[in-house]
Design a protein around this ligand. Structure first.
Ligand code: FES
Length: 68
């Protein structure tokens, strides 16, 4: 099984590396890629994917694992 890595980008999306299959509520798949970025700010016009809108929205969130 391939290793999957999810990075919580500072002030940005969840970046997922490792070829995951993202499906909608109906079970239909989006285009599969080796690296994807899922919107974390809620401002993307391409949800569930990041379209860079977090920058203009000045989204701010930089959590660290050591804080949990
Ligand atoms: S995290 Fe990039 S558009 Fe929301």
């Amino acid at each position: 099984m391939a290793e999957i890595k999810i990075t919580v980008a500072d002030d940005g999306p969840y970046v997922i590396e490792g070829g995951v299959n993202v499906v909608d509520q109906d079970g239909d798949s989006y285009e599969e890629r080796d690296v994807i970025a899922l919107c974390r700010c809620g401002q993307s016009d391409s949800k569930p994917f990041c379209d860079g809108s977090h920058r203009t929205a000045e989204f701010s969130s930089s959590p660290r694992a050591s804080e949990s």
